[in-house]
Design a protein around this ligand. Structure first.
Ligand code: UD1
Length: 338
């Protein structure tokens, strides 16, 4: 079965390509390389021994999207990762984010709506919950007003898919609400490649450990949590990648009960920033230079998933511990600095 993975050379996309190939799926990647590199294909080949088909183009080029589906009429499913994801940049350039994330989603859904049947997996985010009132967060928690244009594109993306599924019964879709992805493939052939100064915690930790950054700023030590730092649900990217394959198989085998479904994808365990630092120190044997500074604007106190729905309905569960995920992130950091 042939699966289209948009953004398939990115962080989560590349790990998902590996998991798809190891399950026997044939993968076609579309990626514009705006935040990734063609070298990622070599990493995928080193792990699976299979070279995915790769087409380089920007999904904003609608005629190219149309042409792609004419040439690949036998696509069994689409996993749509391609999107811009920097929260701060989205505040500066909202229209870029609406065009990149919403415009391309609409083009994709237009093509899929014209097919006899189509299966679609969408990258959503726990950001849609904002600061939820209750922990752990279930899928029925209310969607809060978005903090950023990036977050808004995830909320709007879900709504666009839901509205389309209502009128296109042959379209089956699942939105996966990711918590905080981290880590790298245990082979260290693929991993996260942040451009410039990392905005996310784990690459900042590993770069500090590697001496590329002098000090990690811990944003806020006065939150109402056990140690005063924010709590997140850090999930190993390989576990997250596997959730995509399981979700896709659910659609392909027609096991979905509605044609639009939503699942949280997290571990169910919340870890504080200080716990993440301690995990790094355990797995690396290094002391991390960090300092508690002011809160970062827009951060929420805590977010971790209730994963009951994914566990029972998808039959998927995150397997890796925080230490295992952190070790893979550290192994990867050391490998790319060699
Ligand atoms: C961020 C985005 C979120 C997006 C997700 C994708 C914001 C406000 N939210 O989530 O919308 O879906 O990335 O991965 O940007 N921290 C530090 N020092 C650092 C970096 C982070 O203390 O240098 C802390 C943060 O305050 C937070 C935690 O680490 O408590 C995780 O931060 P981060 O990795 O940026 O993820 P989120 O903010 O949860």
């Amino acid at each position: 079965m042939k699966i289209l993975v948009t953004g398939g050379l990115g962080f989560i996309g590349s790990h998902t390509v590996v998991e798809l190939q190891s399950k026997g799926f044939e993968v076609v990647i579309i990626d514009d390389l705006s935040n990734s590199s063609e070298k990622v294909i070599d990493g995928i080949v080193a792990i699976t021994g299979i070279k995915p088909t790769f087409e380089k183009f920007d999904l904003k080029e609608k005629t190219k999207v149309q042409d792609f589906f004419k040439r690949h009429s036998n696509i069994s499913g689409v996993i749509h990762f391609a999107a811009s994801k920097a929260v701060g940049e989205s505040v500066e350039k909202p229209l870029l984010y609406y065009e990149n994330n919403i415009g391309t989603l609409v083009y994709m859904l237009q093509e899929l709506s014209a097919m006899q049947s189509a299966n679609f997996i969408f990258s959503s985010s726990c950001t849609v919950y904002g600061q939820a009132d209750k922990m752990p967060i279930t899928e029925s928690a209310p969607v809060k007003e978005a903090e950023s244009p990036y977050g808004n594109t995830k909320q709007m993306g879900e709504e666009i898919i839901r509205d389309t599924c209502k009128v296109v019964p042959a379209l089956n879709a699942i939105a996966l609400r990711y918590f905080n992805p981290m880590g790298a493939h245990p082979s260290t052939e693929i991993g996260e490649l942040p451009i410039g100064v990392p905005q996310n915690l784990v690459p900042f930790i590993t770069q500090t450990g590697a001496g590329i950054r002098e000090q990690l700023s811990v944003f806020g030590g006065d939150y109402p949590t056990q140690d005063g730092t924010c709590i997140r649900d850090y999930i190993h990217v390989v576990d997250l990648a596997k959730a995509h394959v399981v979700a896709l198989e659910r659609l392909i085998s027609g096991k979905n009960t509605e044609n639009y479904e939503v699942f949280n994808v997290g571990t169910g365990t919340g870890s504080s920033v200080l716990e993440a630092i301690q995990s790094f120190e355990r797995v690396s044997g290094k002391k991390l230079n960090y300092k508690i500074v002011d809160r970062r604007a827009g951060d929420i106190t805590a977010a971790y998933a209730d994963t009951t729905k994914a566990n029972t309905v998808l039959g998927w569960k995150a397997e890796s511990t925080l230490d295992e995920a952190m070790k893979s992130a550290w192994d990867w950091e050391q490998k790319i600095r060699k």
